[in-house]
Design a protein around this ligand. Sequence first.
Ligand SMILES: Nc1ncnc2c1ncn2[C@@H]1O[C@H](COP(=O)(O)OP(=O)(O)OP(=O)(O)O)[C@@H](O)[C@H]1O
Ligand SMILES: [Mg+2]
Length: 238
Amino acid sequence: MNASEKLFEARALSAFYGRVHALKPTTVWVGEGEFVTVLGPNGAGKSTMLRAMTRLTPATGRVYFRGRDITGLATHERAREGVIMVQEGRGLFGQMSVRENLILGAYTMTGSDTAEQRLESVFALFPRLKERYEQVAASLSGGEQQMLAIGRALMARPKLLMLDEPSLGLAPRVASEILETLGRLNGEGLGILLVEQKAPQALKLAKRVYVLSLGAVVAELPAAEIKSHHELSRYYLH
Ligand SMILES: Nc1ncnc2c1ncn2[C@@H]1O[C@H](COP(=O)(O)OP(=O)(O)OP(=O)(O)O)[C@@H](O)[C@H]1O
Ligand SMILES: [Mg+2]
Protein backbone atom coordinates (compact mmCIF):
# COMPACT_ATOMS: atom_id res chain seq x y z
CA MET A 1 0.00 0.00 0.00
CA ASN A 2 1.53 3.36 -0.91
CA ALA A 3 1.51 6.39 1.34
CA SER A 4 -1.52 8.02 -0.32
CA GLU A 5 -3.72 5.01 0.49
CA LYS A 6 -2.83 5.20 4.14
CA LEU A 7 -5.41 7.05 6.17
CA PHE A 8 -3.20 7.34 9.23
CA GLU A 9 0.32 6.34 10.13
CA ALA A 10 2.46 6.68 13.24
CA ARG A 11 6.17 6.15 12.63
CA ALA A 12 8.63 5.35 15.39
CA LEU A 13 6.15 6.61 17.98
CA SER A 14 7.70 6.42 21.43
CA ALA A 15 6.49 7.50 24.88
CA PHE A 16 7.85 7.55 28.41
CA TYR A 17 6.27 7.98 31.83
CA GLY A 18 9.24 9.29 33.77
CA ARG A 19 11.83 6.60 33.22
CA VAL A 20 9.32 3.94 32.17
CA HIS A 21 9.53 3.40 28.41
CA ALA A 22 5.84 2.52 27.97
CA LEU A 23 5.87 2.67 24.15
CA LYS A 24 9.06 1.71 22.34
CA PRO A 25 9.51 3.11 18.81
CA THR A 26 6.41 1.76 17.12
CA THR A 27 5.17 2.03 13.55
CA VAL A 28 1.47 1.42 13.05
CA TRP A 29 -0.87 2.42 10.25
CA VAL A 30 -4.51 2.22 9.19
CA GLY A 31 -5.53 2.16 5.53
CA GLU A 32 -8.46 4.11 4.06
CA GLY A 33 -11.64 2.46 5.35
CA GLU A 34 -9.66 -0.26 7.09
CA PHE A 35 -10.58 -1.96 10.38
CA VAL A 36 -7.49 -2.64 12.47
CA THR A 37 -7.49 -4.30 15.88
CA VAL A 38 -4.72 -3.96 18.46
CA LEU A 39 -4.37 -6.79 20.94
CA GLY A 40 -2.13 -7.22 23.94
CA PRO A 41 -2.14 -8.02 27.64
CA ASN A 42 -2.55 -5.54 30.52
CA GLY A 43 0.21 -2.98 30.62
CA ALA A 44 1.38 -3.73 27.05
CA GLY A 45 1.13 -0.04 26.11
CA LYS A 46 -2.11 -0.14 24.08
CA SER A 47 -3.69 2.92 25.71
CA THR A 48 -0.37 4.73 25.66
CA MET A 49 -0.16 4.11 21.92
CA LEU A 50 -3.60 5.61 21.26
CA ARG A 51 -2.90 8.50 23.60
CA ALA A 52 0.40 9.18 21.83
CA MET A 53 -1.38 9.08 18.45
CA THR A 54 -3.86 11.74 19.56
CA ARG A 55 -1.17 13.59 21.55
CA LEU A 56 -2.96 13.18 24.86
CA THR A 57 0.42 11.85 26.00
CA PRO A 58 3.69 13.49 24.91
CA ALA A 59 5.56 11.32 22.42
CA THR A 60 8.38 11.37 19.92
CA GLY A 61 8.16 10.05 16.38
CA ARG A 62 6.01 11.25 13.50
CA VAL A 63 2.32 11.06 12.72
CA TYR A 64 0.79 11.29 9.23
CA PHE A 65 -2.79 11.74 8.12
CA ARG A 66 -3.50 10.97 4.46
CA GLY A 67 0.20 11.40 3.76
CA ARG A 68 0.42 14.78 5.48
CA ASP A 69 2.71 15.22 8.48
CA ILE A 70 0.45 16.22 11.40
CA THR A 71 3.06 15.66 14.13
CA GLY A 72 2.94 19.35 15.05
CA LEU A 73 -0.85 19.39 15.56
CA ALA A 74 -2.39 19.45 19.04
CA THR A 75 -5.09 16.97 20.09
CA HIS A 76 -7.98 19.23 19.08
CA GLU A 77 -6.35 20.03 15.74
CA ARG A 78 -5.92 16.34 15.00
CA ALA A 79 -9.58 15.94 15.92
CA ARG A 80 -10.49 18.61 13.41
CA GLU A 81 -8.65 16.59 10.75
CA GLY A 82 -10.88 13.66 11.67
CA VAL A 83 -8.74 11.68 14.12
CA ILE A 84 -11.00 11.00 17.11
CA MET A 85 -10.50 8.74 20.10
CA VAL A 86 -13.03 7.16 22.45
CA GLN A 87 -11.11 6.87 25.69
CA GLU A 88 -11.05 4.04 28.16
CA GLY A 89 -13.45 5.04 30.95
CA ARG A 90 -15.45 7.01 28.37
CA GLY A 91 -14.77 10.55 29.63
CA LEU A 92 -18.40 11.65 29.65
CA PHE A 93 -19.79 14.67 31.48
CA GLY A 94 -21.85 12.81 34.06
CA GLN A 95 -24.16 15.63 35.13
CA MET A 96 -24.92 16.73 31.60
CA SER A 97 -27.67 15.18 29.50
CA VAL A 98 -27.19 12.72 26.68
CA ARG A 99 -28.05 15.47 24.22
CA GLU A 100 -25.57 17.94 25.76
CA ASN A 101 -22.79 15.35 25.73
CA LEU A 102 -23.48 14.67 22.07
CA ILE A 103 -23.56 18.33 21.11
CA LEU A 104 -20.16 18.80 22.77
CA GLY A 105 -18.80 16.17 20.40
CA ALA A 106 -19.54 18.46 17.48
CA TYR A 107 -17.22 21.18 18.75
CA THR A 108 -14.78 20.66 15.88
CA MET A 109 -17.59 21.00 13.34
CA THR A 110 -16.49 21.84 9.91
CA GLY A 111 -18.70 20.17 7.20
CA SER A 112 -21.92 21.60 5.81
CA ASP A 113 -24.41 19.57 7.85
CA THR A 114 -25.88 20.85 11.11
CA ALA A 115 -25.44 19.51 14.65
CA GLU A 116 -29.14 18.51 14.53
CA GLN A 117 -28.54 16.38 11.44
CA ARG A 118 -25.60 14.72 13.14
CA LEU A 119 -27.70 14.07 16.23
CA GLU A 120 -30.30 12.33 14.08
CA SER A 121 -27.72 10.04 12.52
CA VAL A 122 -26.34 9.11 15.97
CA PHE A 123 -29.88 8.42 17.18
CA ALA A 124 -30.50 6.25 14.11
CA LEU A 125 -27.44 4.21 15.02
CA PHE A 126 -28.24 4.06 18.76
CA PRO A 127 -32.02 4.42 19.20
CA ARG A 128 -31.60 3.89 22.94
CA LEU A 129 -29.81 7.22 23.19
CA LYS A 130 -32.77 8.94 21.57
CA GLU A 131 -35.13 7.49 24.15
CA ARG A 132 -32.88 8.86 26.89
CA TYR A 133 -31.71 12.11 25.43
CA GLU A 134 -32.74 14.33 28.37
CA GLN A 135 -31.33 11.90 30.95
CA VAL A 136 -27.98 12.76 32.60
CA ALA A 137 -25.07 10.64 31.39
CA ALA A 138 -24.22 9.35 34.88
CA SER A 139 -27.61 7.66 35.13
CA LEU A 140 -27.10 5.54 31.99
CA SER A 141 -26.12 1.88 32.10
CA GLY A 142 -22.53 0.96 31.24
CA GLY A 143 -23.51 -0.11 27.74
CA GLU A 144 -25.52 3.06 27.13
CA GLN A 145 -22.57 5.16 28.36
CA GLN A 146 -20.31 3.43 25.87
CA MET A 147 -22.87 4.08 23.11
CA LEU A 148 -22.93 7.73 24.17
CA ALA A 149 -19.12 7.95 24.11
CA ILE A 150 -19.09 6.51 20.59
CA GLY A 151 -22.01 8.70 19.55
CA ARG A 152 -20.19 11.76 20.83
CA ALA A 153 -17.08 10.82 18.83
CA LEU A 154 -19.25 10.37 15.72
CA MET A 155 -20.66 13.89 16.13
CA ALA A 156 -17.26 15.13 14.95
CA ARG A 157 -17.68 13.11 11.71
CA PRO A 158 -14.34 11.30 12.16
CA LYS A 159 -12.33 9.75 9.35
CA LEU A 160 -10.48 7.56 11.83
CA LEU A 161 -12.17 6.38 15.01
CA MET A 162 -9.88 4.99 17.68
CA LEU A 163 -11.45 3.06 20.55
CA ASP A 164 -9.80 1.92 23.76
CA GLU A 165 -11.43 -1.29 25.00
CA PRO A 166 -15.04 -0.26 24.36
CA SER A 167 -16.33 -3.63 25.56
CA LEU A 168 -14.62 -3.41 28.95
CA GLY A 169 -16.95 -4.26 31.82
CA LEU A 170 -19.99 -4.78 29.59
CA ALA A 171 -22.27 -7.80 29.43
CA PRO A 172 -21.32 -9.96 26.43
CA ARG A 173 -24.55 -9.21 24.60
CA VAL A 174 -24.10 -5.44 24.94
CA ALA A 175 -20.41 -5.64 24.02
CA SER A 176 -21.36 -7.63 20.97
CA GLU A 177 -23.98 -5.07 19.95
CA ILE A 178 -21.40 -2.29 20.20
CA LEU A 179 -18.81 -4.17 18.18
CA GLU A 180 -21.46 -4.94 15.56
CA THR A 181 -22.16 -1.23 15.26
CA LEU A 182 -18.45 -0.59 14.71
CA GLY A 183 -18.56 -3.14 11.91
CA ARG A 184 -21.49 -1.30 10.36
CA LEU A 185 -19.68 2.06 10.57
CA ASN A 186 -16.61 0.52 8.96
CA GLY A 187 -18.88 -0.83 6.21
CA GLU A 188 -19.82 2.79 5.51
CA GLY A 189 -16.14 3.63 5.02
CA LEU A 190 -15.01 4.76 8.48
CA GLY A 191 -11.43 3.77 9.37
CA ILE A 192 -11.28 2.06 12.76
CA LEU A 193 -8.43 1.35 15.15
CA LEU A 194 -9.82 -0.81 17.93
CA VAL A 195 -7.93 -1.79 21.07
CA GLU A 196 -9.24 -4.91 22.76
CA GLN A 197 -7.57 -7.30 25.14
CA LYS A 198 -9.33 -10.47 24.21
CA ALA A 199 -12.16 -10.41 21.79
CA PRO A 200 -12.74 -13.01 19.11
CA GLN A 201 -15.43 -10.75 17.69
CA ALA A 202 -12.97 -7.86 17.32
CA LEU A 203 -10.82 -10.20 15.24
CA LYS A 204 -13.74 -11.20 13.04
CA LEU A 205 -14.34 -7.54 12.23
CA ALA A 206 -10.70 -6.67 11.67
CA LYS A 207 -8.82 -6.86 8.43
CA ARG A 208 -5.43 -6.57 10.09
CA VAL A 209 -4.11 -7.02 13.62
CA TYR A 210 -1.21 -5.70 15.65
CA VAL A 211 -0.14 -7.47 18.81
CA LEU A 212 1.56 -5.37 21.47
CA SER A 213 3.63 -6.71 24.31
CA LEU A 214 5.88 -4.86 26.76
CA GLY A 215 5.54 -1.61 24.83
CA ALA A 216 6.40 -2.97 21.39
CA VAL A 217 4.63 -4.48 18.37
CA VAL A 218 5.50 -8.16 18.43
CA ALA A 219 3.25 -9.22 15.53
CA GLU A 220 1.40 -7.68 12.61
CA LEU A 221 -0.74 -9.94 10.46
CA PRO A 222 -3.99 -10.22 8.52
CA ALA A 223 -6.76 -11.04 11.00
CA ALA A 224 -7.66 -14.15 9.02
CA GLU A 225 -4.22 -15.60 9.74
CA ILE A 226 -4.62 -15.57 13.52
CA LYS A 227 -6.38 -18.94 13.23
CA SER A 228 -3.34 -20.62 11.77
CA HIS A 229 -0.97 -19.03 14.28
CA HIS A 230 -0.86 -21.50 17.14
CA GLU A 231 0.17 -19.25 20.03
CA LEU A 232 -1.96 -16.27 19.04
CA SER A 233 -5.08 -18.30 18.34
CA ARG A 234 -4.78 -20.13 21.65
CA TYR A 235 -4.51 -16.85 23.50
CA TYR A 236 -6.91 -14.63 21.59
CA LEU A 237 -9.59 -16.81 20.06
CA HIS A 238 -10.83 -18.58 23.20
N1 LIG B 1 0.27 7.90 33.85
C1 LIG B 1 1.17 6.93 33.98
N2 LIG B 1 2.26 7.08 34.76
C2 LIG B 1 3.20 6.12 34.87
N3 LIG B 1 3.13 4.92 34.25
C3 LIG B 1 2.08 4.71 33.45
C4 LIG B 1 1.04 5.68 33.28
N4 LIG B 1 0.11 5.18 32.44
C5 LIG B 1 0.54 3.94 32.11
N5 LIG B 1 1.72 3.66 32.71
C6 LIG B 1 2.51 2.43 32.55
O1 LIG B 1 2.81 2.26 31.19
C7 LIG B 1 2.66 0.89 30.79
C8 LIG B 1 1.64 0.79 29.65
O2 LIG B 1 0.36 1.17 30.13
P1 LIG B 1 -0.93 1.23 29.21
O3 LIG B 1 -2.01 1.80 30.02
O4 LIG B 1 -0.59 1.90 27.95
O5 LIG B 1 -1.17 -0.31 28.91
P2 LIG B 1 -2.44 -1.04 28.29
O6 LIG B 1 -1.91 -1.99 27.28
O7 LIG B 1 -3.43 -0.04 27.85
O8 LIG B 1 -2.99 -1.86 29.52
P3 LIG B 1 -4.53 -2.24 29.91
O9 LIG B 1 -4.87 -3.41 29.06
O10 LIG B 1 -4.43 -2.62 31.35
O11 LIG B 1 -5.39 -1.06 29.67
C9 LIG B 1 2.26 0.15 32.04
O12 LIG B 1 3.41 -0.44 32.60
C10 LIG B 1 1.68 1.21 32.94
O13 LIG B 1 1.89 0.89 34.30
MG1 LIG C 1 -5.36 0.36 28.37
